[in-house]
Design a protein around this ligand. Sequence first.
Ligand code: SF4
Ligand code: SF4
Length: 196
Amino acid sequence: MKFLNQVGDYAKEVVQSAKYIGQGMSVTFDHMRRRPITVQYPYEKLIPAERFRGRIHFEFDKCISCEVCVRVCPINLPVVDWEFNTAMKKKELKSYSIDFGVCIFCGNCVEYCPTNALSMTEEYDLATYDRHELNFDSVALGRMPTKVTEDPMVTPIRELAYLPKGVMEGHEVPHTARRAGKRPEEILDEESIPSE
Ligand code: SF4
Ligand code: SF4
């Protein structure tokens, strides 16, 4: 009798195991038909939102050395170095810098700059091996920002999905559009546009 009970328990466990394996495999097969949601960085990059607060761009010629950006910054971060030009009777900007190793990208300086000398870009790729390299001077701040959608080395990806059919510019995609779509090269193939 004991032996028969053991066989019965064993058979039950075998059936249950088969059921669990079946459930696991059904999830696996279901995912095989879906598009991946991982981003193969740095070959693929997500397109930042239009109002993304990335690296700050600075226009030297527009700056009037008023230091409003310093006063509105929660950590008084921008360094505005100027001299008073007695002949012209106005401030003359010598150098300007922002340390992105300390900046919290709040955007206050951009918001309050009276001449719009500052603007936020969609550049987020600022990693370096030395934190001192994050202290951008006016030349580094004046460099035009890189755009994910304009970098030929990068496949732009909107959010965690690929661009919808017929769309090559992620910013054109309305928020209501479906998240999954075709890869840019598939769209090019469909429209018979050479991809290179
Ligand atoms: S607020 Fe604008 S104009 Fe004034 S110092 Fe800062 S960057 Fe220059
Ligand atoms: S973004 Fe904010 S923290 Fe960074 S420099 Fe401007 S005001 Fe300061």
